[in-house]
Design a protein around this ligand. Structure first.
Ligand code: FAD
Length: 363
């Protein structure tokens, strides 16, 4: 079983500043005031309550694969989520509901579901981080997102100190978003996923995945085939953590795909007259989703584009900004992000928004 942290470092309890770069997949970030490791839901609650009594700010950190921590670090208490385990809490016909502790490494969970013949998470193979972080931004890839399978989330509510449950309908799931993102109110303790007992995947929705599997969009394939193919596709794009590959020293996609209302989309079309084949998809309601990668490339930022201190766009994926040198600062990474955002805006009038959570830094 792997650890949820990409690069395991010494953990436990420290009352002295510890570099958060050790705990993030970007390998960036200044020091934490102090660090606490929580190995169970009870310990998570206890550590958060203790910090409150000490009047400290709290940062919940799990795999560190979706955070950009500023060079000044985080002055308060960082609670590392390291609770483990999963159990079946309900069975109904072909459906099985699995409760997963927040610190369970996400890809271990996906592997276990595939091995057990539970369909629903297979296309989310290879995503780093913890199960408990997946509701935060409604993690998604290759045509699946966790909003489709999460039925509820057990949380600690920091406003009233109560442990309770938020049903999926109240999680505010949307594209790379939920009520949890950018809110410090709730700490996720465990997540319930409803899966289907089936040797086959859900209908394959992502064209590239269908093509690589040699099937039509909408077909189903053996779970293990879906997982293996997703892992292969992701690895080719530097989207599976690999300590030997500096292209994976990232937070995955740095920008979300912009979603435009109809009026903004028409303005955008006016600006791109003459450019054919601009990738776009229907968004929720009367909106259009554009490809951030396409916009970035066509604004003059190709794969491998370098910024200061050895930060660079991944050589394999336009959306991943990397600490390629391994010695850069967060200031350098956000400077590159700012250049890209401003360049895309100048060229297309579209504003890109960061996907990771920015802690004590801004672009
Ligand atoms: C190479 C790579 C590929 C990636 N590919 C994808 C992808 O395909 N799709 C995708 O959606 N994401 C992707 N990501 C982003 C990231 O892996 C996911 O968002 C993941 O769910 C983050 O989990 P984590 O445990 O690392 O969260 P962290 O980075 O530790 O935390 C992220 C945020 O969630 C909060 N948080 C974490 N745990 C809890 C908790 N228990 N309770 C309350 N708040 C919590 C933190 O405070 C922080 O605000 C990728 C990242 C990398 C590095």
């Amino acid at each position: 079983m792997s650890d949820v942290s990409a690069q395991p470092a010494a953990e436990g309890h420290t009352d002295h500043p510890v570099s958060l770069a050790e705990y993030t997949t970007l390998r960036l970030g200044g020091a934490a005031g102090r660090l606490e490791t929580a190995a169970s839901a009870e310990e998570i609650v206890q550590k958060v309550q203790e910090a409150r009594l000490r009047d400290e700010e709290v940062l919940i950190l799990a795999g560190g694969s979706n955070v950009v921590v500023g060079d000044a670090g985080f002055p308060g208490a960082v609670v590392l989520v390291r609770s483990r385990g999963l159990r079946v809490v309900a069975e109904d016909g072909d459906e099985v509901t699995v409760r997963v502790e927040a610190g369970e490494p996400w890809d271990d969970l996906v592997a276990a579901t595939v091995a057990n013949g539970w369909s629903g998470l297979e296309c989310l193979s290879g995503i780093p981080g913890s199960a408990g972080a997946t509701p935060i931004q409604n993690v998604g890839a290759y045509g699946q997102e966790v909003a489709e399978t999460i039925t509820g989330v057990q949380v600690y509510d920091r406003t009233d100190g109560a442990v309770g449950r938020i049903d999926a309908a109240d999680c505010g799931f949307a594209y790379r978003s939920s009520v949890f993102k950018y809110s410090s109110r709730w700490v996720v303790l465990s997540v319930d996923f409803r899966l289907v007992r089936s040797p086959l995947s859900g209908p394959v929705r992502y064209a590239e995945l269908a093509r690589t599997l040699g099937v039509e969009v909408g077909d189903r394939v053996p779970l293990a085939d879906a997982r293996a193919t997703v892992l292969r596709l992701r690895a080719g794009k530097g989207m599976v953590l690999d300590p030997a590959d500096p292209d994976t020293r990232s937070v995955g996609s740095f920008f979300t795909n912009p979603v435009l209302d109809r009026e903004s989309y028409e303005l955008f079309r006016g600006r791109i007259a003459g450019l054919e084949k601009v990738p776009h998809w229907p968004g929720a309601g009367d909106t259009v989703k554009l490809s951030a990668a396409w916009l970035i490339e066509h604004a003059g930022f190709p794969k491998g584009y370098a910024g200061p201190e050895g930060v660079a766009i991944s050589s394999k994926h336009t959306l991943a900004l990397t600490n390629r040198s391994g010695t850069a600062s967060t200031a350098a990474l956000v400077a590159l992000a700012r250049d890209i955002r401003d360049g895309v805006h100048a060229r297309f009038g579209v504003t890109l928004h960061p996907e990771p959570v920015l802690i004590n830094c801004t672009i």
